[in-house]
Unconditional design. Structure first.
Ligand code: NIG
Ligand code: FE
Length: 415
């Protein structure tokens, strides 16, 4: 057995979230976890500690704390400028989200503000929004473009996202969302915008290594399934995995289309059909549910959690942090909402921000559970039971975050 283990945490209660562990939360009571370099070397019970673990030079007593995998926020739009507080006021007076978009506001008003912002500004703004997530134990965050739409601003958003990953103690997965909405310069010419996106902006993002995946918004106020398909084909040609904002406001068959392209995830899904759920199951496409947007848009249709369960579709939960439909800075609050609004169990909700969120990013081999070989990203919590993470509202019981085997402090500054 390897003698060069670096660190050991003892007296822990581990919510490993490992599939097939046979206990709720994959729990190991009286557990310990050993780290070698940036990886987990061993996970088990205190009474089965291997010799190499005993010899680890850094030994930490968790004092009975619960340890979970580092949290993964798998769907955010953190890089943008401006605010949509006035739209919030309009919506409270009865104007719908769709109506605001049709009047040229909504996503387009954020596009205007984002186009006017520098890369420095965008990175600083994203970082300021990220701090709250980091404080709750987020160790991996996905960030989408989609508020630039022209080549220059889309790339600037993605560069800002990459910079956040270099500056702050968090892994950033960057997603190209050029097909978020049709920009004003292509108004009434959606197909021409899709041509442009497939010929110019998406290849440019891919060439600079700025996109880990490609997303689109398939909706009446955005892109049709046929247009989305063309974008997916271009992504496939560039070797990039896809995901989709699907069935948020209406059933467009987007989730089934995503499944046909073996998408990593289909996200929102309040209006998804049974046939699409089956297609997702067949393709291993994760259902990413976004209770913040459900709440903020005062949606009443609940995504079909029971169907996802019945067909074995993995369910992830995310903040969807964005200025228009989910101005949210708490992933723990999303756990509570997933349980209260969507009737998920606290265990499902926690799997939704660990194991299944990792799968929604195609990172399930690297992160998302406490298992030997995975990155040593984990969180120590001051709680008596893992269900507390979903049960309490507005409390943050995060005691310490370990990232790549090392204790993490602060949120980092923009470099
Ligand atoms: O995930 N649905 C489209 N995109 C975002 C909303 C973006 C916005 O309103 O600025 C979402 O809800
Ligand atoms: Fe979104």
């Amino acid at each position: 057995m390897n003698a060069e283990w670096d660190a050991l945490w003892v007296n822990a209660r581990l919510a490993t979230m490992a599939p097939g562990a046979g206990t709720p939360y994959g729990a190991i009571e009286a557990g310990a976890i050993a780290v070698a370099g940036e990886r987990i070397a061993w996970v088990g019970t205190m009474d089965s500690l291997p010799e190499a673990a005993r010899r680890a030079p850094r030994r930490h007593d968790a004092g009975g704390a619960w340890i979970t995998p580092g949290l993964v926020d798998c769907h955010t739009h953190l890089v943008y400028a401006g605010s949509r507080a006035e739209e919030f006021e309009q919506r409270l007076e009865g104007v719908s989200y769709e109506e605001i978009a049709r009047r040229g506001g909504g996503i387009l008003s954020t596009v205007e503000a984002t186009r006017a912002a520098s890369e420095d500004d965008l990175a600083a703004l994203a970082l300021s929004r990220l701090h709250a997530l980091l404080a709750e134990g987020v160790t991996t965050v996905e960030i989408k473009s989609g508020y630039g739409l022209d080549v220059e601003t889309e790339l600037r958003q993605l560069r800002a996202a990459r910079r956040v990953g270099r500056s702050a103690p968090v892994d950033v997965v960057a997603t190209f969302l050029g097909a978020h909405v049709v920009p004003p310069e292509y108004r009434g010419r959606t197909d021409a915008y899709v041509d442009f996106l497939c010929a110019e902006s998406l290849p440019a993002a891919a060439e600079e290594g700025l996109a880990d995946a490609v997303d689109a918004f398939c909706e009446r106020i955005a892109f049709s399934p046929a247009q989305t398909e063309r974008i997916f084909e271009t992504a496939a040609g560039l070797g990039l995995p896809v995901k989709l904002h699907a069935e948020q406001l209406s059933d467009q068959g987007g989730a089934a289309l995503a499944a046909r392209f073996r998408a990593l995830s289909a996200d929102h899904l309040e209006y998804v059909s049974d046939a699409s759920v089956e297609a997702m199951a067949g393709a291993g496409t994760v259902a990413v549910l976004l209770p913040g947007a459900f709440y903020f848009l005062r949606e009443t249709r609940v995504p079909p959690v029971e169907r996802f369960r019945a067909h074995g579709v993995p369910i992830a939960i995310s903040t969807d942090s964005n200025p228009g439909s989910s101005p949210v800075g708490s992933l723990l609050l999303m756990l509570s909402m997933a349980c209260t609004f969507f009737r998920m169990t606290p265990e499902e909700a926690l799997a939704g921000v660990t194991r299944n969120a990792a799968a929604a990013l195609g990172r399930e081999a690297q992160i998302g559970t406490l298992e030997a070989g995975k990155r040593a990203d984990f969180v120590l919590w001051d709680i008596d039971h893992p269900a507390e993470l979903a049960y309490r509202v507005g409390f943050n019981p995060c005691r310490e975050v370990i990232r790549g085997g090392r204790s993490r402090s602060g949120g980092g500054d923009v470099r």
